[in-house]
Design a protein around this ligand. Structure first.
Ligand code: SF4
Length: 166
């Protein structure tokens, strides 16, 4: 069975910075969960950060690839540098994905770890810009396709292409 890595918060786990979840009500995701296809994972918690934790953004809205390259940091609202925790979480996500031969992931949009289309611009003013999170950047670098929670239908198409059964 093709397994899919999923942001733990989308599966209802209270792992977000504010101690909440962002459970998805998507029917396809629910069906995959029932099948045992999903692997819930929170890169920030696995990287050693607590729940709750200060909000963090990539400086300059540079995106995850810049963080991987050492060209940008991840900073909290208080200015603490949490780059290493984000990198550690991304590496753990990749390790888990590889251990299950994962080829696709569904990750929460807008997150500095999990975003796949947008990230916040680093000013903590609620503004997003095009970009991807640190975990997404590392997964994509290793050939894993990342979808956000608004494109689960597209993920279903990809799963069929991969020879999945739905
Ligand atoms: S790091 Fe990803 S999985 Fe964890 S709370 Fe943020 S969006 Fe959800």
């Amino acid at each position: 069975m093709e397994r899919i890595l999923v942001s733990a918060c989308l599966m209802g786990r209270k792992v977000r910075y504010d101690g909440a979840a962002k459970a998805s009500g998507d029917a396809l995701l629910a069906a995959w969960r029932q099948e045992g296809r999903l692997i819930p994972f929170c890169p920030e918690v696995e990287g050693g950060l607590p729940v709750p934790r200060p909000a963090a953004e990539i400086e300059g809205g540079a995106g995850g690839a810049a963080v991987l390259a050492g060209a940008a940091r991840v900073l909290t609202t208080g200015g603490a540098d949490v780059t290493e925790a984000f990198l550690s979480g991304a590496r753990s996500a990749l390790a888990v994905a590889r251990s299950f031969d994962v080829k696709m992931a569904i990750l929460k949009e807008g997150s500095p770890s999990c975003g796949s289309l947008t990230v916040y611009d680093g000013t903590f003013s609620g503004h997003r810009m095009p970009g991807i999170g640190v975990t997404t950047a590392l997964l994509e670098l290793h050939g894993i396709t990342v979808f956000d929670e608004e494109h689960i239908t597209d993920a279903g198409v990809r799963l069929r292409e991969l020879g999945g059964d739905r």
